[in-house]
Design a protein around this ligand. Structure first.
Ligand code: A3D
Length: 321
């Protein structure tokens, strides 16, 4: 059977890490694409030269022309600009919307059957625009944010209790940004909800709220440390988990930005929700019952995403049609 083909649009910090991880996991052959000529070619050669040492077989190439992504099974999009200290994700909207228009056209022409994972920020608006520009089915276009946000939450919880990250699960809903909704009663240590751990005296309500807030600010914490860009190892690892679930039909239940069709009272917008990713793409959107406080937090998150979508339509009115 032929190997799968994975196209990475954007070969910057996340793109390069994606290529290395996809190779290490032998998910398929890899094409790195970027407008900065030489960067995708150089990174591809560097990773190809690591393959004999690391012991994986993937053909890795770099390109600056969209023909190279032809027939890709998975496309992961990181093209655009990242944040610098003092910038919000939303500050990136104008520049990155133009990038999504080019990328969407490239995917529509050369990889219309691909499963597309968008990472470019502001995520919930960019993935919405990318689906429109590409014309692909919403089942085949998703945004990566929830896996990363919940991984950050898992790390902080595991670190707090000095337990394995493998035994911590976390549940994060809503848009990727300051309004994301980490759900403590659905986040557990070996199945014990965090809210029960508060009752059991493992931590106080106030400490749990601090961890939730650190999760919300997780991206900014790294931007402020790096000063020249944003996180890239954990974002790349998170997108690879999504790509792997599609390519291997694992049907993992992962939080991701998916286009809703009435769930949570939202239609035609991308919001972070738990979904099942398998060979059909988004195979199921899971709608859970929320209490009044959780619903209020989600509503705030939905209206923040709505504001970004409206800003996109102001710049490209055809998107509103
Ligand atoms: P960076 O290292 O700057 O890489 C971006 C790459 O995109 C650069 O190599 C550019 O040359 C390239 N590029 C720019 N315009 C185009 C274009 N029109 N076509 C093709 N390539 C282009 O950034 P990064 O890899 O650190 O981050 C990439 C994106 O991911 C940014 O928008 C970040 O904000 C975003 N990001 C999202 C998350 C989420 O959780 C959603 C996390 C971290 C970063």
């Amino acid at each position: 059977m032929a190997r799968a083909k994975i196209a990475l649009i954007g070969s910057g910090q996340i793109g390069g890490t994606l290529a290395l991880l996809a190779g290490l996991k032998e998910l398929g052959d890899i094409v790195l694409f970027d407008i900065a000529d030489g960067v995708p070619q150089g990174k591809a050669l560097d990773i190809a030269e690591a393959a004999p040492v690391l012991g994986f077989d993937s053909a890795i190439s770099g390109a600056s022309s969209y023909e190279a992504i032809a027939g890709a099974d998975v496309v992961i999009v990181t093209a655009g600009v990242p944040r610098k200290p003092g910038m919000s994700r939303d500050d990136l909207l104008g520049i990155n919307l133009g990038v999504m228009e080019q990328v969407g056209a490239g995917i529509r022409t050369h990889a219309p059957d691909a499963f597309v994972i968008c990472i470019t920020n502001p995520l919930d608006a960019m993935v919405w625009a990318l689906q429109k520009f590409s014309g692909l089915s919403p089942k085949k276009v998703v945004g990566m944010a929830g896996v990363l946000d919940s991984a950050r939450f898992r790390h902080f919880i595991a670190d707090e209790f000095k337990v394995s990250v493998e035994d911590v699960t976390a549940f994060v809903l809503g848009g990727h940004g300051d309004t994301m909704v980490p759900l403590t009663r659905y986040s557990t240590v070996a199945g014990i909800p965090l809210t029960d751990l508060v009752k059991m005296g493992w931590l106080t309500e106030a400490r749990l709220e601090e961890i939730v807030q650190r999760t919300r600010d997780g991206g900014a914490e790294i931007v402020n440390l790096l000063k020249t860009g944003s996180a890239f190892y954990a974002p790349a690892a998170s997108a690879i988990a999504m790509a792997e679930s599609y390519l291997r039909d694992k049907k993992r239940v992962l939080p991701a930005a998916a286009q809703l069709d009435g769930q949570y009272g939202v239609s035609g917008r991308y919001i972070g929700v738990p979904i099942v990713i398998g060979a059909e793409g988004v195979e199921r959107i899971i709608e859970i019952e929320l209490d009044a406080r959780e619903q209020a937090m989600l509503d705030k998150s939905i209206s923040a995403v709505e504001g970004l979508v409206e800003a996109c339509v102001k710049i490209v009115p055809a998107l509103g049609a």
